[in-house]
Design a protein. Structure first.
Length: 214
């Protein structure tokens, strides 16, 4: 029976020389270079995508140019706030929406905290032609502190008077992954969060306008 050759242990110097020789192999160098280029492409792609989205959002026209206003007697606004986050769930970003109950178009929107100050910014963003509309919201105290009492009514979900804006919240979550409560998609910065929201709202309003005018 032939004797089996015992493997001679290699010194650390020999091991380093072998790894260096393998690393300098042409095929290995080509694979390493290709992998490096691919990783760099993945790192640059989100940045380019974010820049394009922010550029498009900055070029959007004013939101009131996308609205098809109903007759003054039929102007009813539904208001609601939507929870979201930026980068981490500790950094909450509330989306405040004012929706026309007749046309189902978004009249105004803002992002911020859930305080009275953000609600005031939402009310200031509402176009003047909707300022005297009848407004329905939930019982969140910020609405009653900001909206004039003679045109505001706080209602519960069972009344059905805020169904359209609550349904719109679901539409946003279904179509834009970064607004889903449990998702791998999320915004890494506040600017990108607002840019994607603005792009979606404008596109949504334009689609609604085509339906209304057709």
């Amino acid at each position: 029976m032939p004797l089996m050759r015992q493997a001679t242990p290699r010194t650390p110097t020999q091991q380093r020389l072998q790894r260096r020789g393998t690393a300098n192999h042409p095929q290995r160098r080509a694979r390493t270079l290709e992998s490096t280029r691919f990783d760099a492409h993945l790192r640059c792609q989100p940045s380019n995508r974010d820049q394009m989205a922010q550029k498009k959002a900055s070029q959007l026209p004013k939101l009131n140019t996308t609205l098809v206003p109903p007759p003054p007697a039929q102007r009813i606004i539904e208001l609601d706030e939507l929870w979201s986050f930026v980068h981490d769930k500790k950094h909450q970003c509330w989306v405040w929406i004012a929706l026309c109950a007749v046309t189902r178009q978004v009249v105004a929107f803002v992002t911020g905290d859930r305080g009275e100050g953000t609600c005031r910014r939402l009310w200031r963003a509402v176009p003047w032609r909707y300022k005297r509309s009848l407004c329905y919201s939930d019982f969140w105290s910020a609405y009653s502190a900001v909206i004039p009492s003679e045109q505001h009514e706080a209602v519960g979900k069972e009344s059905g008077k805020t169904n359209h804006v609550e349904r719109w919240n679901n539409t946003l979550r279904q179509r834009v992954g970064r607004f889903v409560r449990k998702s791998l998609s999320f915004s890494k910065c506040w600017v990108m969060h607002e840019a994607c929201l603005a792009l979606f709202v404008h596109r949504y309003n334009l689609d609604r306008a085509e339906i209304i005018l057709s």
